[in-house]
Design a protein around this ligand. Sequence first.
Ligand SMILES: [Zn+2]
Length: 425
Amino acid sequence: MFALTNVRIFDLQNYYDNGYIIFNEKIKEVGDMAGFRDNGYEIIDGTGHLAMPSLTVAHTHIYSTFARGMVIPFNPANFQEILEQLWWKMDSHLTGEDIYMSGIVSGVDYAKNGVTTVIDHHAGKKIKGSLTLLKKAVCEKVGLRGSFCFETSDRFDVDACISENNNSADIFGLHASMTLSDDTLIKVKDSLGDKPVHIHAAESWMDQENCLSYHGERVIERLDRHGLLNKNSILAHCIHINEDEAEIIEKNGCWVALNIQSNMNNAVGLPDYKMLKEKGIKCLIGNDGMSMGITGEWMSLYLAMKHRYLSHTAFDMSDLLTVIDNNNKYVNETMDISIGRIKPGYDADLLSIEYEPPTPIGKDNAFGHILFGLSRAFTPEHVWCKGKHIVRHYHVSDELEKKYKEAKKTAEKLWERIKSDSYNG
Ligand SMILES: [Zn+2]
């Protein structure tokens, strides 16, 4: 049993200036230090630290891990060409080893950035068994929580995609309307049951344009017509949807995952948060694989929405807190867990980060301190997932640190295959 002591605690709702947390897999006791009694716990002194629930990413692509620093011919004129010139080239060369090692590298990076729950959207030429490899690396080896699905697309063997999702995923992965024929969607529906789907929706205008010209309807209408919008589905981006589509999303109990840095990087536009909020849609926050953290996305969303509406009040800290908390609500509901608060009975998914506030701090402004004082370089000293101490004094286990260093060789081999294809293919 651990006791994190002398620590400032903030869980987005409750605040202790000098508190303690006693926990194993579950949080047992939380309170002011004045009430702490040592019963032989493993004590972690949290002096000068802030304890928070560890973080959740609602949409990511671990397969993109080894793209960091890769240089290949790249001069895209539009979103489709970004996919063709980079991501589809990359995923078509991924071996089982690449998938496993990308899980190790991203898992370690996520843990060190305080993220312990990830919702991943996987793609690649190796379909069968790919989700199991990710789970082995991310969940069993690194110790995070994860939900993984395979992005079914007409680019791949559709039957293999469907069976990988049916066998190994709790949420059914689909790439995007523009890479899915009606025949494929009918096949998916036949085996879907009430499983939620996880799909990129209207990420670029091209997805809408393709849908309108080939199917005479908009993306969300098409997914709805095929009966795919099951409750708790995740629709990533939804930048180019209209109000009618938003109403369909809300009516079906689906969630929209916002990934602002990726949207800006791909130059596809920004989501209309105000409209989504007005329609009662619950928004989540992901990183689309742009980083192995999430606090940078918090700040980007906060700034981008102010900029989009040319208004200081169009998207405030309470909006941001709602989105962050929705991530917890979503995984609690779909993964049958209990994270996001530091209260007895909750799972011990926690972090402790060094922070000495240079200005007064309390319950009402603690999130402002996190956003402006910590979010740009969010590096916790300790991270626990299910009570397991996965980051201790900024490090994961020696075995994982060693494996992480070995990944460079895997990346090198992958880059060679991609490059020889790019220059000779
Ligand atoms: Zn994505």
